[in-house]
Design a protein around this ligand. Sequence first.
Ligand code: HSE
Length: 331
Amino acid sequence: MKIAVVGYGGVGAAFIKLLKDQKEYINKEGIKIQVNYILNSRGGVYNPHGIDCEDVVNSFEKDITFNTIIKNKDVDLVVEVTPTNKETGQPGMTHIAKALENGMHVVTANKGPILLNYKGLNELAVKNNVELCIGCTTGGALPSINGGIMDLAGSNILSIEGVLNGTTNFILNEMEANGVDYSQALKKAQELGIAETNPTLDVEGWDTASKLLILTNVLMNQEKTLKDMNVEGITKITPEEIKDCIGENKKYKLVGKTTNENGNVKMSVKLEKLSKDHPLYNVDGKNKGVRYTSDPLGDLTIIGGASGVTPAAASILRDLINIHRGYKFSR
Ligand code: HSE
């Protein structure tokens, strides 16, 4: 399979590294992955016979761009990992649409285009008989959206509840376990590289909101926007509140929730105190979790999928392998 990697930040670089580290498992799948392009915002590297990924950093040329990929049409799949812009979706929106129109599969980590126009992009994928995989946009290693698409197929999803952001979960956990204050815990999350470049998206609830919105629109067949959601973050939480919560035998979690009452779909993101019998109580550290109620397949809770660039990159590799195996994501 010939591929282009568009975006060479944390996740893009981790993906290139994984192709080497996971070579044995990739070979077992019977795929040969050849990277023809690596692009970042300053230019790109291109080799129609496959790039030597060991040494790309100094080889970027400014006239190798996304248009080169479209002109040459010499890849089967585009990994789109440019940064999320939730207002315009660009540049990912154009990259994904052009790749699909030109018969290339797309695996993306970019939430912007999926938030703004999953429906249109999915239609393009179907029309061009290729796959659009968005597993990384709703929690990376947590199989949230693909669990919904594949394992709840044929069932009516009635509600979605999730601890969908590793950074905020890690911060709350640090405050509980080590008694540190909010800013110390945030600093540690940044040092570990799990927070977004701009951590406001994490701590004010927008990363959770974006993931919940994608899950809701895709799995519950809605066309909602972020404006339809009440969003609160964790920035005002104090060590005293955490202590009181522990005293009640509960844990604070930033919970994204979608409910559907007789067709009235409501979404929210807010801090909740979960008691021990709640299925998401044990989602700890950098982990995440999602709970679906559905009919007739019943309730399903998935926990794990720690946040970080390597697990995110691994979720892209997972989608790529599943395309090779012949799974259909776009419908
Ligand atoms: N910063 C996010 C998190 C990962 O903490 O879960 C990317 O969505």
